[in-house]
Design a protein around this ligand. Structure first.
Ligand SMILES: Nc1ncnc2c1ncn2[C@@H]1O[C@H](COP(=O)(O)OP(=O)(O)O)[C@@H](O)[C@H]1O
Ligand SMILES: [Mg+2]
Length: 341
């Protein structure tokens, strides 16, 4: 959807007084804004949403989509820093990755499921994880999976937003977040971790940024064993060795190969309501989509499903629909063109 579509939806549900739909469109817009890198807008909108959710519900939990739950953040000062606080139902089955990445994730999760066993024998627990790799390949998803598997809350912190806004209070607020996360036993997810190496581009005070980096290093060094920090970056080369050394595990994500694209499609179609009209066409398109991210492949496929559904639904009473592969083919083509620009 374009921004105008969102505004229209918001107007409609607002005027209809349909709170549930309004909230869900606003949440979609937050996601959309994050994806299109309008992070400050996303944070502001999210903070408006949170205020309203807080007033509405005493439980503090609002359901968003089917698999993520957002929780209120009480501390006013921290609201600018924290993008969201979520729990998730995601599990390892929701992520497609090569065996190496999969194993690394599994072992990391297992360490925390069996933390008492490790502690009994005085073995150190890995709790600082760096995820790197191209955009749309599952870094954020992997952090949801870890949170879901361990049934922990996760605090999402966008370092990109910090660097471009209030640098001065960042050190203090980061310390506060780490302390609170340890008390709440929640995971800290530092997205756009490379931003801390990028300060000069933003024309910010360099001394202040150094302080933030030092704070992060210290927080890492004194992190309690049961706390978990996950950092993600598309640009691992922006991180210096002092930072890289702090991580217990570094996991690299990559663009999907043919097999992985097939697995992603299987996962996306697992509901069983949709299948391809022509298998051979689908196989050809799969080959053409090599080089695109998981996100791009899945997004175009879902769009093709929706459009095929609209076309077919008029003429049939089926519960099973065929995905028009010519629609998907064009979407993949358009996606490749738009990324090549
Ligand atoms: N490895 C993957 N397996 C399954 N789905 C994926 C994978 N990578 C991305 N996706 C899909 O694309 C969406 C965006 O991916 P995300 O994890 O945000 O990418 P990143 O953080 O690496 O930029 C996910 O929510 C998921 O729907
Ligand atoms: Mg991400």
């Amino acid at each position: 959807m374009s921004q105008f579509d969102y505004i229209k939806e918001i107007a409609k549900h607002g005027l209809d007084n349909d709170q549930d739909k309004l909230q869900s469109v606003l949440n979609e817009l937050v996601e959309h804004s994050k994806k299109t890198k309008k992070v400050n807008f996303a944070i502001q909108l999210q903070s408006i949403l949170k205020d309203s959710i807080r007033q509405q519900s005493s439980s503090g939990l609002a359901k968003v989509g089917s698999e993520k739950y957002y929780q209120k953040i009480d501390d006013k000062e921290l609201q600018d820093l924290i993008l969201e606080k979520i729990t998730s139902d995601y599990s390892l089955e929701n992520i497609i990755a090569d065996t190496k990445v999969n194993d690394e994730l599994k072992y990391f999760i297992e360490e925390h499921q069996k933390i008492e066993l490790l502690q009994k024998y005085n073995l150190p627990v890995s709790n600082k994880l760096l995820l790197y790799g191209p955009s749309g390949c599952g870094k954020t998803l992997a952090s949801y999976v870890i949170a879901g598997e361990l049934k922990k809350m996760m605090v999402v912190i966008n370092l990109g937003a910090i660097v471009s806004s209030k640098l001065g209070e960042t050190s203090k607020n980061l310390s506060k977040i780490f302390k609170q996360a340890a008390l709440d036993d929640s995971i800290i997810f530092l997205d756009e971790f490379d931003s801390i190496g990028k300060v000069r581009d933003y024309g910010q005070d360099h001394g202040e940024m150094k302080r933030v980096v030092n704070t992060i290093l210290q927080l890492f060094d004194y992190l309690p064993q049961s706390s978990i920090v996950i950092a993600a970056t598309n640009q691992r080369e922006m991180l210096d060795s002092a930072l890289l050394r702090r991580f217990d595990n570094i996991i690299g994500f990559s663009l999907p190969n043919e097999e992985e694209i097939k697995s992603l499609i299987k996962l996306t179609l697992k509901g069983g309501n949709f299948s391809f009209d022509k298998k051979t066409n689908a196989n050809k398109i799969i080959k053409e989509s090599i080089g695109l991210s998981y996100y791009s492949v899945q997004k175009t496929l879902i769009t093709a499903i929706k459009r095929s559904l609209f076309n077919e639904e008029r003429s049939s009473k089926n519960v099973h629909y065929k995905i028009d592969t010519s629609i998907w083919k064009n979407l993949i083509k358009a996606e490749k063109m738009s990324l090549a620009k």
